[in-house]
Unconditional design. Structure first.
Length: 400
């Protein structure tokens, strides 16, 4: 039995998949560490809350550029070395973030980090599809469970050092060290998968033919509205809780961690769920759950207990939306690196616009409007998903 397990673990497919999961754990860590450290970074660079909120915009601009360029790169080059170098670059940027006292330099560093993150996001999602083909559903949910795991650990790590003077720097440097090790692993990981297509004539023709832009753009909008909601809530709930005096600094860090923990548990449960239910069923249930939880949070907005319930419920319900939606897109379109890059622009742009807007709104109108903006974004997410279902071809292309 042990020999069978050892053989299974050492297959190329499992080594690749595990490598992509490590990349996404680090991606979740590097994304979720920003929210709980925003006040510290604002003090470090002598910035206002509205100003430091531009970090979301800077990271998303870099991510958008990286996503736009990387789609074509992965169609032409071996993916593992590319992602490994990108991960090493992220490690350097994470080391530098808590060192710079100048706001404009911090923005440049975050843009560069986001650029490398765009390569990692596009590469891991695309290469996972190329590795597993039609059976990618549970593995895609596993990949994004890994992201949730990293996102949960980041604010928990910050909470441990928040009482130490300059302790947030230790959190960034610890994350930098972990990211460095994962990058070195990816650089040396052999057997980068290549795009594969069925010998079926219709599938091959679809892969070579023109891109179905209405369907691709709708899938992009689906990710845009979802990611805008996720990053906004996960990134700003700490500031929301502290500003409204619904939690202390340490309590708000744990609140953020609770959101990502529920998100992680939801992603874990979504792995077996993906083998039993269709992506359409999973996304519809999850979206209605999100909207219901936010409605209750809005009705009882002054309650600390209601905030905790909203954070946990929203994290759990949000968890399967991204991987199930991307899997549905992969079942509807022949995914090349270029097509994946276009769709994933929605992810990048979604992380750019709404989180940045919330910083301005909090400064001018108060933090309570953060929840309303997330609510509106999820309603638009539901509309985009409905349009995606209507535009899908009746006969789906094969993924492998």
């Amino acid at each position: 039995m042990l020999e069978k397990i050892h053989t299974f673990i050492n297959t190329d497919v499992i080594r690749r998949t595990f490598g992509y999961y490590l990349l996404f754990i680090c991606l979740g860590l590097s994304l979720a560490i920003t929210g709980p450290t925003l006040p510290a970074l604002a003090g470090q660079t002598h910035s206002s809350l509205a100003g430091i909120g531009l970090l979301f915009l800077a990271g998303a601009i870099g991510n958008t550029l990286g996503t736009f360029i990387s789609g074509r790169v992965f169609d032409r080059l071996n993916g593992h070395p590319v992602m490994g170098v990108a991960e090493l670059f992220v490690a350097v940027m994470l080391f530098l973030i808590p060192l710079t006292p100048w706001f404009w330099v911090l923005l440049v560093i975050v843009v560069c980090q986001g650029f490398a993150g765009g390569f990692i996001n596009t590469g891991a999602n695309t290469l996972l599809v190329w590795t597993h083909g039609k059976k990618v559903g549970p593995f895609m949910n596993g990949l994004h469970f890994s992201f949730g795991l990293g996102a949960f650990l980041a604010p928990f790590l910050v909470a441990q050092v928040i009482g130490i003077d300059g302790g947030y720097r230790l959190a960034y440097w610890a994350l930098s060290a972990v990211t460095l090790l994962v990058g070195l692993r990816m650089v040396t990981l052999k057997g980068s998968p290549q795009p594969t297509h069925s010998t079926n004539g219709e599938t091959a023709k679809a892969a070579r033919g023109p891109i179905p832009y209405p369907l691709v753009i709708t899938a992009m909008l689906f990710l845009f509205f979802y990611v805008g909601s996720e990053i906004t809530f996960g990134g700003w709930v700490y500031t929301y809780a502290v500003t409204l005096k619904l939690a202390s600094a340490a309590g708000a860090a744990y609140l953020t961690s609770a959101f990502w923990l529920a998100f992680t548990i939801g992603r874990l449960i979504s792995i077996p769920a993906a083998t039993r239910f269709t992506p359409k069923q999973v996304v519809l249930v999850a979206l209605f759950g999100c909207i219901s939880v936010l409605t209750l949070g809005i009705l009882f907005s002054g309650s600390s207990r209601a905030l905790w319930m909203m954070a946990v419920g929203l994290g759990f319900c949000m968890a399967p939306i991204w991987p199930s939606g991307f899997t549905l897109a992969g079942q509807s379109i022949a995914l090349t690196g270029r097509v994946s890059g276009i769709i994933l622009l929605g992810d990048s742009l979604g992380g750019m616009i709404l989180p940045t807007l919330v910083g301005k709104v909090i400064e001018s109108s108060g933090p309570q409007f953060m929840v309303y903006l997330v609510f509106g974004s999820l309603l638009l997410n539901l509309l985009a998903f409905t349009a995606l279902l209507r535009l899908r071809p009746s006969k789906m292309p094969s993924s492998s």
